[in-house]
Design a protein around this ligand. Structure first.
Ligand SMILES: Nc1ncnc2c1ncn2[C@@H]1O[C@H](COP(=O)(O)OP(=O)(O)OP(=O)(O)O)[C@@H](O)[C@H]1O
Ligand SMILES: [Mg+2]
Length: 491
């Protein structure tokens, strides 16, 4: 198109409303702080410190690093929304993409963002975005302001950056007093969650030992989702996905094979059931923790399955990485490859989950005696009561002297122990081939029961039509109308 021939009108974004809109991208405090830490890692920080200073509604959160830092010109550029083109190629270790994170993550939590930075051989510099000022003036203008107590924070360092969040209106409403114990308790809980999120999101950097992370001045430990140091963890072969991505499946040990503390710790922030699924990393930084990427549902019996996917940042647009770095979508072309790899790992995961009985048996050195047995005939499956079970033998004895009590107890045990979980798993594994009542069986037992009920009905004065109607509505005999018909016909 020849743009020179076309009339134009200026449509510059309106600063006040635009900057408020940045607040609505959907971060929570955990993902927001992780986004700030991304920048520290990209800037080659060796140490990263997350801190907070409780002063009620004047509380600050700070993220300090000893990375490369910025000079004045670079800092102003960094503070500009959209400082970089998302299409530009990035260094392999760069965790950034959109040129927005520093601003959008900060504004999602606070109304005043100050960055103090020092580049080697330069003096420290600082600038502040103050949303109240932008609102008042509707100008895209930074303020040369820093809270007094932080002014000299980088003076003794060769290089580094300090991000300061002030006026945290999203978590601390205006008017919150410093003496408010309840608010302090809530704030502390929120910060604990942030700590757990950092332990998980950046665990590979902590394990590499190239970067140390501190929270409230104490070094924090990594949370590895795959229990790689447990001998009972099953690790599957790596599989390569086009474009330089790879995946590796893990089936975590059954509860009975690890100690209670390890088991509790491995459940992570959201609990065992929720933590199953893919763990998508981008440049070693975790984007998604426990998500089946729309391919499968989360189910109890797959809770031991976790699959690592590693992405390089060159695949950002193919995998639709978002600004918050909290979602990813596999491209259509590799979905089947990923799903098929996952199906194999999941099948093994179910195996480990179901064989807890076997493990117990090994531990006690005795044979495990199930009440329900898994039976297969042709392609039909069912569960039957184990007639040799000690309790059934006892009930047979009891039936001689107290038949009513024996029947009642047997019914009770059946009700209480119906293997619904195993049936559910079977259905997922083998499809809908569950044997129907008395299917493929000799029907004599059904016939004789129908006959008995029919005779009793007649004896109690009902007509053959009425007796037949009763049987046709009686579970499970309603499934055998032709049998009811014959017996009725013969009579
Ligand atoms: N802690 C830091 N140390 C050094 N430079 C930084 C730091 N934080 C931000 N920067 C600079 O500011 C720029 C803008 O950061 P910002 O987080 O807004 O965008 P990004 O990291 O480039 O991309 P994304 O939006 O994906 O996070 C970065 O590219 C980097 O050059
Ligand atoms: Mg960033």
């Amino acid at each position: 198109m020849d743009y020179s021939q076309i009339e134009k009108a200026s449509a510059i974004p309106e600063a006040a409303s635009m900057i408020e809109t940045f607040r609505a991208i959907g971060y929570n405090i955990e993902t927001a702080i992780a986004d700030i830490i991304d920048n520290s890692i990209s800037a080659n920080a060796k140490n990263i410190y997350v801190d907070s200073n409780w002063v009620g509604d004047k509380t600050t959160i700070t993220i300090l690093d000893d990375g490369d830092g910025m000079n004045n010109e670079q800092l102003i550029q960094a503070m500009r929304p959209g400082a970089q083109n998302p299409l530009a190629a990035r260094n392999v270790t760069d965790l950034g993409r959109f040129g927005l994170g520093l601003k959008t993550a900060s504004f999602s939590q606070c109304r005043r963002l100050t960055v103090l930075s020092k580049r080697k051989d330069y003096s420290p510099v600082y600038w502040t975005w103050d949303l109240d000022y932008v609102n008042e003036t509707s100008k895209w203008e930074l303020l040369r302001y820093i809270p007094e107590e932080y002014k000299t924070a980088l003076d003794d360092r060769q290089s580094g950056t300090l991000v300061i969040w002030n006026n945290l209106d999203r978590i601390l409403p205006i008017g919150t007093e410093q003496s408010n114990e309840f608010a302090l308790g809530k704030f502390t809980d929120i910060m604990e969650k942030v700590k757990c999120h950092i332990q998980m999101t950046f665990h590979r950097f902590m394990e590499d030992k190239k970067t140390k992370f501190y929270f409230w001045s104490r070094e924090i430990k990594p949370w590895n989702p795959f229990l790689i140091n447990e001998p009972a963890t099953q690790a599957f072969a790596d599989d390569y996905i086009s474009g330089g991505a790879m995946m590796k499946g893990y089936v975590l040990p059954h509860k009975s094979r690890i100690n209670d503390e390890t088991f509790k710790n491995a459940e992570g922030i959201n609990g065992w059931g929720a933590q199953q699924g893919f763990y998508v990393y981008r440049g070693k930084r975790l984007l998604l923790a426990g998500d089946w990427l729309g391919m499968f549902r989360k189910e109890e019996h797959y809770k031991l399955v976790r699959i690592l996917i590693d992405l390089p940042n060159t695949l950002d647009s193919d995998w639709q990485i978002d600004i918050k770095k909290s979602t990813a979508r596999p491209p259509l072309a590799c979905r089947e490859q990923i799903a098929s790899y996952a199906r194999n790992v999941r099948a093994n995961g179910v195996h480990v989950f179901r064989h807890r009985g076997k493990v117990l048996k090994q531990k006690l050195g005795q044979d495990f005696e199930p009440l329900w047995l898994d039976k297969k005939k042709g392609n039909k499956w069912s569960f039957v009561v184990n007639r040799e079970h000690l309790m059934i033998l006892e009930l047979r004895e009891l039936a001689h002297c107290q038949p009513d009590k024996a029947i009642e107890q047997m019914l009770r045990f059946i009700e209480e122990t119906i293997p619904s979980k195993s049936i559910y798993i079977k259905e997922t594994e083998e499809g809908d081939n569950q044997k129907k009542p008395f299917e493929q069986e000799n029907l004599e037992i059904v016939k004789s029961m129908i006959k008995k009920i029919f005779d009793n009905q007649i004896m109690s004065g009902r007509s053959p039509e009425q007796a037949k109607a009763t049987l046709l509505n009686l579970d499970p005999f309603n499934q055998f109308p032709e049998l009811i018909e014959t017996i009725y016909g013969n009579d």
